[in-house]
Design a protein around this ligand. Structure first.
Ligand code: FAD
Length: 258
């Protein structure tokens, strides 16, 4: 299997760097092929702007999604964007690895998503009509592939528990799981989260690697998070709200789980 690991930490000797090295070794030892997009090492351009469509018509104002659509369709996107899209097409599984920064991904990784997820590639895919709102949420370009987050957090696990002060980790990661990964079609696996990182020592690092190794060994058999597909009958069209009879006692993020 082909695995793309997109890695967002500025320091190779960090905890994240050690976990990345472990993950690559483990996957390769199991016979998989791994590519790493090390965003800081690549000096990844994090901002989406007109330079992403180098051959655009400059006689009119830059339009973020329209110029993305044209550049993608005409094969005139910035080369770094096209390369990452090619890696995504190649991959059977995507791993996004990052330290939790302000309850989300570091800006450089957000910029990878914003730029690589072009119009026509990750959104604006499929039929858009009076009867259908495209192929998304379980369908789309990346359908049939798997994705998983590898996240480290300074806070304690209890801080991220259902009644914890930071809010439940599943809620905090919902926009990435559902909005970034499920949207273009990935099957999203439960995340691998390391909490209380300042308390890491050699013994705990060994335990963490053991747990991570087990998750990596099961990447292809782990049951994905049971998000509801947009086009499988649970949502009313065109308002795209859940039908009254679907999970009537639930709302918010949890309602979108089968
Ligand atoms: P490092 O700092 O590199 O290492 C952590 C510990 O692991 C150190 O003690 C180190 O010695 C040890 N270690 C590293 N490698 C090994 C190894 N191979 N073997 C044994 N021990 C090792 N946290 C939250 O919970 N929520 C937030 O919203 C949040 N926001 C943040 C925002 C910013 C801008 C920053 C800078 C931090 C934030 N944090 C937050 C904390 C952050 O999530 C953690 O600092 C980060 O996850 C730790 O990962 P690291 O790779 O940087 O660890």
């Amino acid at each position: 299997m082909n695995v793309l690991l997109v890695y967002a930490h500025p320091e190779p000797t960090s905890l994240n760097g050690s976990l990345r090295d472990f993950a690559v070794q483990r996957l390769e030892a199991a016979g998989h092929t791994v590519q790493v997009s090390d965003l800081y090492a690549m000096n990844w351009k994090a901002i989406l702007d007109a330079d992403d469509s180098p051959e655009r018509d400059t006689s009119r104002p830059f339009h973020t999604s329209l110029d993305s659509k044209i550049a993608f369709a005409q094969g005139t996107q910035a080369a770094d964007i096209a390369r990452e899209q090619e890696k995504l097409r190649w991959a059977d599984t995507l791993i996004l690895q990052f330290p939790l920064w302000w309850f989300s991904m570091p800006a450089i990784l957000k910029g990878w998503v914003e730029r690589v997820y072009a119009y026509g590639f990750a959104y604006g895919v499929g039929e858009h009509s009076d009867a259908r709102w495209g192929d998304r949420y379980g369908e789309g370009t990346l359908q049939g592939k798997r994705a998983m987050l590898m996240v480290t957090a300074g806070g304690w696990e209890s801080h991220y528990s259902p009644r914890g002060i930071n809010g439940p980790i599943d809620d905090l990661l919902f926009p990435i799981h559902h909005g970034t990964l499920y949207y273009p079609g990935f099957d999203v696996l439960p995340p691998f989260v390391v909490y209380r990182t300042s308390r890491m020592d050699e013994a705990r690092f060994a335990q963490t690697c053991e747990a991570l190794g087990a998750r990596l060994d099961e990447l292809w058999s782990t049951r994905p998070i049971a998000f509801r597909q947009q086009n499988a009958g649970d949502y009313r069209f065109p308002d795209l709200t859940l039908k009254d009879e679907i999970a009537p006692d639930r709302e918010g993020f949890a309602a979108h789980l089968r």
